[in-house]
Write a protein that binds this ligand. Sequence first.
Ligand code: DLL
Length: 445
Amino acid sequence: MVEQAAPAGARQPFQLSSAPDFLPEAQLRTLQLERLQATVARAYERVSLFRERCQQRGVTPADIRSLADLRALPFTVKTDLRDTYPFGLFASPKADVVRLHASSGTTGKPIVVAYTESDLAIWSEVMTRTLAACGLHAGDTVQNAFGYGLFTGGLGAHYGAERLGATVIPTSGGNTERQMMVMKDFGVTALCATPSYFLHLLERAGEHGIDWSELPLRVGVFGAEPWTEAMRQRIEQLSGIRAYDIYGLSEIIGPGVGSECSAQHGLHLFEDHFYPEIIDPETGEPLPDGQEGELVLTTLTKQAMPMIRYRTRDITSIIPEPCPCGRTVRRIERIGRRSDDMFIIRGINVFPSQVEAALLAVEGTLPHYQITLTREHGLDRMEVAVEVTPEVLSDTVGGMAGLQQRLAESLAHVIGVRIGVRLVEPRTLPRSEGKAQRVVDQRDV
Ligand code: DLL
């Protein structure tokens, strides 16, 4: 299946037919091996942390004779970036670095990531492939509400959309009034944002009397935070657009690591540039396709900051079946959780995405919720606040109690433990302009 063609007379379109997404598998593996060998040699020569770790294990670049030999190499973890802050993992002289981004994380110093000119060209390429996979083409008008700045979302999507031949409107995140104006007046056909910020825009559009069905908006390109299939369905129902999931992380390049396609099942990884492995997060051992574990990525073409076997902490699995869209680059399941966002309630492991799925399975709620964690006498407690629709709010007290009961049951069913639910009025929970804060952790307060 090939995505929609560009309208005649548009700027030079991105050539989907020649895109590396469709390479025959053998050719792709050969290309990956050549690139892997070059990357390992570069990192070994130029990054002392990597070289020392290889020496401790007795491996040299010459030992990488097949893709499977990658397993002999050491992992890289987030703390390696923090410990070598700011520039310790760079493999290019500062003079060749043309861009820096940083990811703040929740505590301490940010991590800094670097790009050479060639890295930026690759980033534009993979973002172009991302947007094409989401059904965008030359001639589209793209409102880019990913944040511009140190965050990679804004500039990543920007260059990809320009290279695709689209018209980009760099609204960045926030300033919702202006977003409304742009969406209404500029003929926007595609919008990039975090899914939580898009929900906020949808809500505000209703208040501004904007009728979605009259807008030419057709596609939403959403990512940077976990969101469930149930959330996609809500978004698509409420807005009438097609909502696609895109994935990436600063350490690897930013957005542009993987993307859904028209099949909307799993995200294709652009594996001619980023080589995936799935490992058991406890033992570090590789897992077979289809089995869930931690995604580990190795960059194959990055110059300024090659990443070898980077442990993403994102939990997913490789989908073994070929995709109906015809792309040969492999797919991963959507990222529902990270290995570090789990909390334990009365002995049961709970992930925020399970809470989202359980809440959205019940009619009468809005897709806005927040989880609060507290600790009493050494035990974790969890409460979920969820907004209800205005109709529910005007219902009888009995109606509200019934809804609360249904939500508690749905949560108990999904999670296996009863959790406190608090119903709140529409528009009372905080709205995000970027990544939503789904969990408020007061356990150390
Ligand atoms: O969030 C890059 C990005 C920008 C991706 C715009 C997609 C769109 P970081 O700020 O470094 O980079 O955060 C990376 O966010 O390890 C995941 O845990 C999470 N994440 C990103 N995309 C998704 C997604 C950008 N589609 C971290 N689903 C990653 C679930 C996601 N989690």
